[in-house]
Ligand binder design. Structure first.
Ligand code: FE2
Ligand code: FE2
Length: 176
């Protein structure tokens, strides 16, 4: 890989590695305290997919000798805490959390896809990111569908807050 892209690729790996780990932590926190079987089955499937995403960036990190983010404890505890809190707030908030987080991740992956395509680099990683983006979009859509089916009102403030938190965590994890 060209040297000039090394820093940017490191940032991509570092933030995706952290984010996928955090996603898995959110869903694990939700799974732990959710009681409804249909919701639990959905969460289990999502956790498996987030873990697959995480493993890809974990391997990439080792191959490219990228250093992990110093924010790891925040993703670890913060992600889990967000999961626990939303599961206690109820299914509506579990879904709203998923919708908010995944929406940010889909946009975040879109930026990376555009960058990698423009520069014509890291083709295998690009393919993976496209696949993961499609998975995240499915997670988002299934959460929206679920809240619609349950005739839930839209918790706008909560979603805006969760989106902002996710964006901040992403920005910090690119750099440190
Ligand atoms: Fe993911
Ligand atoms: Fe996801």
């Amino acid at each position: 890989m060209q040297k000039k892209f090394k820093k940017k690729i490191d940032e991509i790996i570092r933030v995706n590695h952290a984010g996928e780990y955090g996603a898995q932590r959110i869903y694990s926190g939700q799974l732990k305290f959710s009681r409804k079987n249909s919701l639990k089955a959905k969460l289990k499937k999502i956790i498996e997919e987030e873990y697959e995403h995480y493993e890809y960036f974990n391997d990439a990190m080792i191959k490219k000798r990228t250093r992990p983010t110093l924010m790891s404890p925040i993703w670890h505890h913060g992600g889990y805490l967000l999961g626990v809190i939303t599961s206690f707030m109820g299914e509506k908030y579990v879904n709203a959390c998923t919708e908010a987080v995944e929406e940010v991740i889909v946009e975040h992956y879109e930026d990376q896809i555009k960058f990698l395509e423009k520069e014509g680099i890291e083709r295998s990683m690009l393919k993976k990111i496209k696949k993961f983006q499609a998975d995240e979009d499915t997670h988002k859509k299934s959460a929206i569908t679920s809240n619609n089916e349950n005739n839930e009102t839209n918790p706008r403030l909560f979603k805006a807050l969760t989106k902002n938190l996710t964006k901040i965590a992403i920005e910090i994890s690119k750099k440190i």
